[in-house]
Design a protein around this ligand. Structure first.
Ligand code: WT7
Length: 662
């Protein structure tokens, strides 16, 4: 596109692989002055009050900015707003009315793309909000959303937000059973889904999974988007009086729906994520604080301007999708792209082809995708003109240096900063990363906490660590406004999981980290609990164990993760069979299918090892530490506390253990 594209970063003359924003970037960026960190730190509460006023349209201003009653906290108390109004209405009142909001790229390369302007979105959202109301949905009611990456998923979320209904989006590749568990916990009244979608050229019958998911739940009505229709050969089961086609309801819907005036602390959405037990947690995000942080992080981290095209590849079923494929860019009036399908379909250059086709300027993806695309080789990237790119982002798990440098040099042509954003479903929006106009950009180092937020890295005994010393990453009050407020229906679990390790005043993230340099840049080393990140997806080892236990042949199992070149880590299952069952390839396949059915293919164990027994302590707890060491060929360490130390020899043989030494 450009003869000589602008260099947005320059190399540090003193240090290898350390980059800083170029003068062009500093001129263009919303923030480029280092001083904002200091300014924000002087009085973080006042800082956030200022940002809240500037970024968000409030119907009524709050009376108290921050209220802290450990472990609970609230923001902008008494303030009134509507996030859908902020995402859509305020743009249609001005020149952005006919600006593109969403560009949708379907998976089949020959199917036409769709563009929704802000005004299109406004009309659709208003109508759909009226549809929801006509089916009896009111403020506070929970609505399940189980949809592929199509514009209707965003319309559905915004319509819920408009009327104050609480959406709970479930990733479309999760099984019907996973959907059901979440809908039961949320006590949802209505589900929005689609007939199906395309994935790697295959037709996925989503409605069939949705039917499993609503059985025995409180869901009374189902709205189904016709994404595929008959041509795709799908047989869609529609139940009279329960299931409705989206397009039929929309035909009759009134064009305007008054946005509900919501309280800053009203519940906005629930999103389930894995904890350390088998039961997913319903993470509660509330309207006001979430809006403020989603707005400012989208604007500053990705430096979104009106001429940018932002593409975040995350599925809407994850928090990244909520914040950066819906609320963040929309509240900023930005144009963004969503893509329905697989990154390497029909060929390994699909993503690069899309960037070239639309002229994407800001691209945000996960290390697992970067590693996969890196493996296919540079020629797939080099076939395309990616000169429109100016910022690259990564999220979801620690990125290794090799993948960072490949992303930087091959995809970004050495011109674009890499914004490595650390955050969690719980935090609602990004929290630790370098800002494009400030830097620095260092491989494997996320950066500094977002201005106005406070983190520390503590030793086991709660002492701050020094530079280079590993510890536990914690957040200190005032907690960022976009942080979750509690676990749905389970405030005790909230307290216990996040505010008990270091007391009620310190938020425990579950991640290990260390301070990288004098500037206070932070390097994240990964989870320190029984949570895995498999291809960036968050899963508890206990969830996979519970799924395996559903098979009649299984007595018990232990799941641990092992490192994997592309996916970061993958689950391996040790399985003990009931008498009468023999290990076999068929049984292995059946166990994998059971995991697919109960959770979904993302949780499928990479390896299943049948064993006679598992290493246990005298109190009966499985020592996963030993299993991990065995799989990694590391020393097993002290085994004297085991009730059955003899299992270790048996396990060594089964896994083909070769001790690598210290
Ligand atoms: C966990 C949260 C946040 C959206 C997607 C994941 C890991 C996330 C990074 C990063 C190293 C990261 C952490 C965190 N993580 N971003 N940039 N560098 N690790 O959300 O599924 O709630 O997972 O992802 O371990 O605790 P999530």
């Amino acid at each position: 596109m450009r003869e000589t594209p602008i260099k947005w970063v320059v190399e540090d003359p003193k240090r290898k692989n350390v980059f800083w924003p170029s003068e062009e970037m500093k001129k263009r960026a919303w923030v480029s002055d280092e001083k904002i960190y200091e300014e924000a730190a002087k009085d973080p509460v006042a800082w956030w009050a200022k940002l809240a006023k500037e970024g968000i349209t409030w119907f009524k201003e709050w009376t108290e900015t921050y209220v802290w009653d450990p472990p609970f906290y609230k923001w902008f108390v008494g303030g009134k707003l509507n996030i859908c109004y902020n995402a859509v209405d305020r743009h249609v009142k001005g020149w952005r009315r006919n600006k593109a909001a969403i560009i949708w790229e379907p998976e089949p390369p020959n199917e036409p793309h769709r563009v929704l302007t802000y005004y299109d979105l406004y009309r659709e959202v208003n109508k759909f909000a009226n549809v929801l109301k006509s089916l009896g949905i009111r403020k506070g009611d929970r609505v399940g959303i189980y949809m592929p990456m199509i514009p209707e998923v965003i319309i559905a979320m915004l319509a819920c937000a408009r009327i104050g209904a609480v959406h709970s989006v479930v990733f479309s590749a999760f099984s019907g059973q996973s959907l059901k568990d979440r809908m039961l916990d949320a006590e949802a009244k209505l589900l929005i889904t689609a007939d199906g979608y395309y994935r790697r050229g295959n037709v996925i019958n989503l409605k069939a999974n949705a039917d499993i998911g609503i059985e025995g739940t409180t869901i009374e009505k189902v709205i189904v988007v016709k994404r595929l229709g008959k041509e795709a050969g799908l047989n869609v089961n529609m139940v009279e009086g329960r299931d409705y086609w989206w397009h039929e309801l929309m035909e009759k819907a009134e064009p305007y729906c008054e946005p509900e005036v919501l309280d800053s602390e009203d519940l906005h959405f629930i999103l389930y994520t894995s904890g350390t037990t088998g039961k997913p947690k319903g993470i509660e995000h509330h309207v006001g604080g979430y809006a403020v942080q989603a707005y400012w992080t989208a604007k500053w981290d990705f430096d979104l301007h009106d001429d940018d095209l932002f593409w975040c590849t995350a599925d809407i079923g994850w928090i990244t999708g909520h914040t950066y494929n819906c609320y963040g860019p929309l509240m900023n009036g930005a144009t963004f792209l969503i893509y329905e399908g697989a990154p390497d379909y029909p060929a390994p250059d699909r993503l690069w082809q899309i960037i070239e086709k639309y002229g994407v300027t800001v691209f945000y993806t996960a290390p697992t995708a970067i590693r996969m695309l890196m493996k296919y080789g540079d020629e797939w990237v080099k076939k395309h003109d990616l000169s429109t790119l100016r910022i690259l982002g990564t999220v979801g798990e620690p990125i290794n240096e090799e993948a960072w440098l490949w992303y930087f040099n091959v995809v970004g042509g050495g011109r674009c900063p890499i914004i490595d954003t650390w955050w969690q479903t719980e935090t609602g929006a990004t929290l630790i990363n370098s800002l494009p106009g400030i830097g620095p950009f260092i491989p494997t180092v996320a950066g500094r906490p977002f201005p106005g937020t406070r983190f520390s890295i503590l030793t086991e005994d709660g002492k701050p660590t020094s530079i280079g010393e590993g510890g536990y990453l914690v957040q200190l009050s005032p907690f960022a406004p976009g942080m979750f407020r509690t676990i749905y229906k389970d405030p005790e679990r909230f307290r216990q999981q996040y505010f008990s390790v270091y007391g009620e005043k310190i938020y425990y993230t579950g991640d290990g980290a260390y301070i990288y340099d004098e500037m206070g840049n932070i390097r994240i080393t990964g989870r320190v609990d029984d949570v895995m990140k498999v291809a960036g997806h968050r899963l508890a080892t206990a969830e996979v164990e519970n799924a395996i236990a559903q098979h009649p042949a299984v007595v018990e199992s232990a799941v641990v993760s092992v490192p994997h070149d592309i996916k970061g880590e993958v689950p391996v299952a040790f399985v003990v069979l009931k008498p009468g069952y023999k290990p076999s390839a068929e049984l292995e396949a059946e166990l994998r299918k059971t995991v697919d059915r109960i959770i979904g293919p993302i949780a499928r164990p990479e390896r299943i090892i049948f064993v006679d027994d598992l290493p246990k302590t005298r109190s009966g707890k499985i020592m996963r530490r030993i299993l991990k060491a065995l799989l990694r060929n590391q020393p097993v360490g002290d085994i004297t506390t085991l009730m059955n130390p003899e299992t270790v020899e048996m396990l060594k043989e089964k896994v083909g253990y070769r001790e690598r030494g210290q």
